[in-house]
Design a protein around this ligand. Structure first.
Ligand code: BTN
Length: 273
């Protein structure tokens, strides 16, 4: 079903997230659009939504596959009162909000993978890309971009991606109403974002850790040509993953792709620190 812009505008009136909606049937990247709106001074909660993207951006300069008529591609402009070093917390908020939302469709099947992929049955269903603009020492705005594979069919993905991606319709065996999904997404995001601003990061981190099975496991992190192996211990307040290497060194890893090395095994029970 196509997006019904009027219905969305009505449903989002007065909401923290989505009260200002920019809809495009096609755009380059909703993150680029939202960034320009942020520079122009648009208020917190402004959202960009597109039916398709020609230059969908992923992490580490990757392409986000963005065909028309099937998925969610949206970017939210936020103006949080946070230090720039804390801004990655927004991306963690988005991961928790999406994972909780998808749990409603397939309970017990959704997991988070550091830095912030949402997976079902080990395959990627959602990617999150946050970008920040600073003003002096402060955050001017953050754009959080969210792409969710909703009704896309496996054969719409390039061959080499078919084994690693998932969509909500493939998982549930039915077509999903994108309007319900996006309205709930903005609502759930608002709920966790308010918690972050009012009570700090602790509750968000706790929920993230519950949804992220890699904690306690040995993981491999690839960043460009570098490989780091260690036990995933914790999520730091700046969104980094804290790992313990074989040489007993605690490292904070801030970027890369993580894989669990001993997935079949029970994670070690980590003492609370
Ligand atoms: C990742 O690599 O996992 C992040 C993917 C983020 C994709 C979304 S789709 C909406 C927004 N616009 C973009 O160009 N990227 C993000």
């Amino acid at each position: 079903m196509d997006w019904n812009e009027n219905f969305l505008r009505k449903s989002l009136t007065g909401k923290l997230i989505g009260h200002k909606l920019y809809y495009f049937s096609q755009t380059g990247s909703t993150n680029d659009d939202a960034y320009l709106l942020g520079v122009k001074g648009l208020p917190e909660g402004t959202v960009v939504l597109a039916d398709s993207q020609t230059k969908g951006k992923g992490r580490m300069a990757r392409v986000w596959h963005s065909p028309a008529g099937s998925n969610i591609y949206t970017s939210i402009v936020l103006r949080p009162n946070l230090q720039p070093a804390e801004a990655p917390q927004i991306s963690i908020v988005a991961g928790v909000a999406v994972a909780e939302l998808l749990e409603r469709y397939c309970s017990g099947r959704v997991e988070l993978k550091w830095p912030n992929d949402v997976l079902i049955a080990g395959k990627k269903i959602c990617g999150i890309l946050a970008q920040m603009k600073t003003a002096g020492e402060d955050v001017d705005f953050v754009v959080v971009g969210i792409g969710i594979n909703v009704n896309v069919r496996p054969d719409q993905f390039p061959m080499e991606m078919r084994d690693i991606v998932m969509s909500l319709s493939s998982e549930t065996g039915r077509e999903i109403n994108r309007h319900d999904l996006i309205i709930s997404l903005y609502e759930n995001f608002a709920k966790w974002y308010k918690k972050l601003l009012q009570n700090g990061f602790a509750a968000i981190k706790e929920r993230w850790l519950e949804l992220a099975p890699m904690i306690g496991h040995d993981v491999q992190i690839m960043f460009q040509n570098e490989k780091i192996i260690g036990q995933a211990l914790d999520l730091a307040d700046d969104g980094s993953l804290i790992i313990l290497t074989a040489g007993n060194e605690r490292l904070k890893v801030s970027a890369g792709d993580a894989t669990i090395l001993n997935k079949g095994l029970q994670p070690l029970v980590l003492p609370k620190v």
